[in-house]
Design a protein around this ligand. Sequence first.
Ligand code: 0OX
Length: 326
Amino acid sequence: MDRIAAENRMAELREKLEEYGYHYYVLDKPIVSDAEFDKLMQELVKLESDFPELITEDSPTVRIGGNPLPHFEKVQHEIPMLSLGNAFNEQDLRDFDRRVSEGVGQPVTYACELKIDGLAVSLKYENGRFILGATRGDGTTGENITNNLKTVRSIPMKLKEAVDIEVRGEAFMPKQSFEKLNVAKLEAGEEPFANPRNAAAGSLRQLDPKIAAKRNLDIFLYSLAQLKDKEVFSHTEALQYMSELGLKTNKEAKHCKNIDEVIEYVDSWLEKRPHLAYEIDGIVIKVDSLDAQKKLGFTAKSPRWAIAYKFPAEEVVTTLEGIELS
Ligand SMILES: NC(=O)c1cnc(OC2CCCC2)nc1N
C-alpha cells in the first residue's frame, strides 16, 4: 500500500475504532462484533508499524499501552480534589439537610449518585483531546498517570466537541474482572488484591501501561471541575453535558426533590448493591444548584454542599477450586 493510501486508511480506522469503542465501552451497546473490532485494531497496529511516521497521538492503539515510564511526574491540581464528609444514618442526613437549607436560606434539591469504590482521578481535555490524567494524591498534588488512563477503553481520546474541560471521576475494576485477576494471581502464587479498589489503584500505579491495559478498568465521571465557553446551572445539567461530550457517567444518578426522596434512594440502593457489576461504598448526595453550592462553599477539606452516606463494607469472595477466600 502506498503512503497516501495508508494515511487515508489509518485515519478511517482511527475514526471507526473510536466510534465503535464509544458504543461498546461508554454506552455498553456494541455496534460491531468483538472479532470485527479486533480485526480493525490489528490492521491499524500493522499500518502503524509499517508507517510509524503516520502514528497520531490520539490513535486508539494507545489503548494497548506504550513503553514503561521511569517514574510518575507530579501534577498540581489547579482546583483541589476534596474529600467528602460522611453520614452514617438517617439522622445525619436530616442534619445535613437542615444545615444546607439554613445556609442557603431556602430548601434545596439534591443530585444523588452511587459512590463508586475506586480511585479518584482528574481528566483534562484541550480542544476536545485528552491531554492529562492524574490521581487525586493528597488533593493538591497527584501523579501523572495519563498513559495508564489512555488504556481505559471508556475514556475517550477525543470528545464530541473541541472544548477545554477538566472532569473528575472514579476509575474502578468491575467485580468480575477483580475475581478473574485474583484467581490468576493465586494460580501464579502471587498475593491477591484485597478488594477491587486496591486492584484498580494497583493497576493504575504501574509504570508499565501494558499492565493497566490488561486489567479491564472502567470509569464513571461525576464532577465538572473546569469549563470554558459553556454555562451550566446545576450538577444534573453538568452530568448531562459531560455525557453529551462522550464521557461515561453513571446512569443510576437521580435528582431528588427533598431529603425524604434522598433517604428512599439510599435505602433502595443498600438492597440493590450486591447486584451491581462494580463495588460501591455508599451514596454521594450533592446540592443540585451550582449557585447554592457557591453560597455554601467549603470547609478546610470538604464541600459543605455534599456528603457521602456510607454503607457497611461489602464482602467479595475469591474462590480457587471451591476454596472460599474472602
Ligand atoms: N466515588 C464517587 O462515586 C464520588 C466521589 N466524589 C463525588 O463528588 C465529590 C467530588 C466533588 C464534590 C464531592 N462524587 C462521586 N460520585
